[in-house]
Structures are given as structure tokens and as C-alpha cells.
Design a protein around this ligand. Structure first.
Ligand code: 5GP
Ligand code: ZN
Length: 117
């Protein structure tokens, strides 16, 4: 497993800093965003340190598939399957990525606008 010592999400995965964990398995950890932008704002991260979508290889295909299904499962558990929710992945500077450990935002509980700002 790859970890980066100064990566905040690696530290959350390793329980070195606290987070409200909502799911944990061998490949994925999900936790509440520290600055929620909606009634539901969960982040799903790979246990392995993957910097961004740019660092994905075919070895990660199943992982990403599982992460997307976990997003749907967590949204369903909170009652947002029918009303809808938003799944966001920011990559790089223009994409608005501020933490360089791949993460999937799962947001629900309000109407989201499009196009994004
Ligand atoms: P990005 O802008 O990279 O797509 O999203 C990073 C997200 O991580 C932000 O929504 C931010 O609030 C969240 N975040 C940053 N640091 C922490 C932290 O230490 N704990 C938790 N739970 N969330 C964090
Ligand atoms: Zn990391």
C-alpha cells in the first residue's frame, strides 16, 4: 500500500488524524467532509495513495467501479436515491483539487446548479 507521510487523507486512512468515518474496507474509506457544502457531503478515498485521476491505471479499474457503487450506496442509505445527488471529482488546479489524494465527493440533500462555477 502506498502512503505519503504529509498527505492528510493518508493520515485519515491510517487513523492518525480524526475523521467521521462512514465506511471502511480494504480498498476504500469514506468520511464526512470537514467543510460540508450540502446536508450530505461525504468523501470516498482509496486506501492506496493515488494523487489524482491522472495517476489511475488499469489496475484501478475495479477500485473506481467499487467507489462509484459505494457512492450510490451511501446516497441511498441517506434517502437520496430518488431525489438525486451529485458525484464530483476535481483534478488539478483548474479542476479545483486542493488535496492531492484522489477523492470522490458525494453531495446530496439540496438542488445543485449547472454549469458549475
Ligand atoms: P477538493 O477541493 O480537493 O476537491 O476537495 C478537498 C475536500 O477535502 C474539501 O471539500 C475539504 O473540505 C476536505 N478536507 C480538507 N481537509 C480535510 C480534513 O482534514 N478532514 C476532512 N474530513 N475533510 C477535509
Ligand atoms: Zn494520500
Amino acid at each position: 500500500m502506498s502512503t505519503i507521510s504529509d498527505c492528510v487523507f493518508c493520515k485519515i486512512v491510517a487513523s492518525q488524524i480524526p475523521a467521521s468515518i462512514v465506511h471502511r474496507d480494504e480498498q476504500l474509506v469514506a468520511f464526512e467532509d470537514i467543510s460540508p457544502q450540502a446536508p450530505m457531503h461525504v468523501l470516498i478515498v482509496p486506501v492506496e495513495h493515488v494523487a489524482s485521476t491522472n495517476a489511475l491505471s488499469d489496475e484501478h479499474d475495479a477500485l473506481i467501479g467499487r467507489a462509484m457503487r459505494l457512492a450510490a450506496t451511501l446516497a441511498r442509505q441517506r434517502g437520496y436515491s430518488e431525489s438525486g445527488y451529485r458525484i464530483v471529482v476535481n483534478t488539478g488546479s483548474d479542476g479545483g483539487q486542493t488535496v492531492n489524494h484522489l477523492h470522490i465527493h458525494v453531495l446530496g440533500g439540496r438542488q445543485f446548479s449547472w454549469p458549475p462555477g
